[in-house]
Design a protein. Structure first.
Length: 183
């Protein structure tokens, strides 16, 4: 089965619009914006008429990004994509496929979005269950991913959530790297 990790953000929503899937999977790992992300992921799955599952797998430990330029507070979950991919691979089954919306701008801050990392994880899955991981946007910049939604006249504002740490329910912080990249 083709399983798409659907965070409710622009990248995974654009990937859902472009690739489709057999199952859209949202993982609540205790992230501060889980409520908003899940609501948007559910709306996106409904919009594209795909099966939707929620997995509660947390809380995972939120770590600080250190001295990364322009990033505020705890935003990194070490091995997050490895954990999310493992969960999705369980749903994908043998000979399945896991889709992740990582793009070229992610690699600066998130080592587990790098194509080489995802390729190694995919190789492990292939050895274990003849499943694979694909990140079709890995060569695209965030602006190019946003352009994909615009090209199909999809308004991301009500369908996507792009904030790691809302200041109150439904109110983005405006300063995290996700908020800034959504502009």
């Amino acid at each position: 089965m083709k399983v798409l990790l659907l965070s409710g953000g622009i990248d995974s929503t654009a990937l859902l619009a472009e690739e489709g899937c057999g199952l859209a999977l949202f993982v609540d790992y205790g992230q501060p914006s889980a409520r908003e992300e899940e609501a948007c992921a559910r709306r996106s799955a409904d919009r594209f008429d795909v099966a939707f599952e929620v997995v509660r797998a947390g809380p995972l430990q939120l770590g600080a990004m250190g001295d990364a330029p322009g990033v505020m507070g705890p935003r990194v979950v070490h091995a997050r994509n490895l954990i999310l991919i493992a969960i999705a691979a369980n749903y994908a089954g043998e000979s399945g496929e896991v889709l992740i919306g990582s793009h070229a701008d992610d690699v600066r801050d998130y080592p587990d979005c790098r194509p080489a990392y995802l390729s190694r994880v995919s190789a492990l899955l292939w050895d274990g269950q003849r499943a694979r991981v694909r990140a079709p946007f890995s060569g695209l910049r965030k602006a190019e991913v946003r352009a994909k939604l615009a090209a199909i006249s999809l308004d991301a504002s009500g369908l996507c959530w792009s904030c790691y740490a809302p200041i109150s329910p439904g109110v983005p912080c405006g300063g995290c790297n996700s908020c800034r990249s959504a502009r």
